[in-house]
Ligand binder design. Structure first.
Ligand SMILES: [Zn+2]
Length: 233
């Protein structure tokens, strides 16, 4: 179960205009910048507020000034970590309206995970106490489109892109098993890829104890290219 499902019982829902405004004011004043590490719930609220600004076109571009650059030059305390796709349209710092020192970001094609990448995902929570890892897929993911075409038609993409195809096959198989219409296969594969990646990270032997202790949450997400809105699993 994702953090959001847990958070629902705690009263955490998508930010209202009022709460987004409070978050905006607090962030603009630097009020949140030095309160790390936040709880996973607070970190998620902060991402939600930033995405709300992005969707409305009301970005404040926090922490992108020379003073911030100097402030984080010798230390960092990112409040969240985002694992997303390499796609040029989904940069987490833009989608969540954040700045320098705010996020650890890991990006691979269709947020595919292997042992090397998993080490990078472990880095924030284990070394910096980052309380939240967001795994974010997105609409019309080109890597998923290519992988689905390859798997449907046996297309060879070459030795390295084939590794991405192999990494996406469990998600493709799960989508096929759910009998989605063909025109929704890419989207379903993307969502399954996010779900399976969340599960894999939750099972990580070094992350699982942090999750059990309430010090870390792994949250699935989906970014709509059309609206800019991030929805939460
Ligand atoms: Zn993508």
């Amino acid at each position: 179960m994702g953090l959001l499902a847990v958070s629902g019982a705690l009263g955490l829902t998508a930010p209202s205009t009022a709460s987004a405004a409070v978050a905006t004011a607090a962030t603009a004043a630097g009020g949140l910048a030095h309160h790390t590490p936040l709880s996973a719930r607070s970190a998620l609220k902060r991402l939600m507020a930033g995405n709300c600004r992005f969707v409305k076109g009301e970005m404040i571009h926090p922490h992108q000034c020379p003073e911030r650059r100097l402030d984080v030059a010798t230390h960092q305390e990112p409040f969240a970590q985002v694992f997303s796709c390499i796609d040029s349209r989904v940069p987490p710092e833009v989608v969540f309206d954040q700045g320098l020192g705010d996020l650890f970001v890991i990006r691979t094609g269709a947020q595919t995970l292997d042992e090397l990448v998993q080490g990078s995902v472990e880095f924030g929570p284990l070394e910096y106490g980052t309380p939240l890892v967001v795994v974010m897929g997105h609409q019309r993911c080109g890597a998923v489109v290519a992988a689905v075409e390859s798997l449907e038609h046996g297309k060879d993409l070459g030795p390295y892109l084939n590794r991405i195809v192999s990494a996406l096959k469990p998600a493709y198989d799960a989508a096929k098993a759910s009998s989605v219409p063909k025109h929704k296969l890419v989207d379903a594969t993307t969502r399954w890829q996010t779900t399976l990646t969340v599960r894999a990270l939750e099972a990580d032997p070094r992350l699982a104890p942090l999750i059990s202790a309430g010090r870390l949450a792994v949250q699935g997400a989906y970014h709509s290219l059309d609206s800019g809105r991030v929805t939460w699993f």
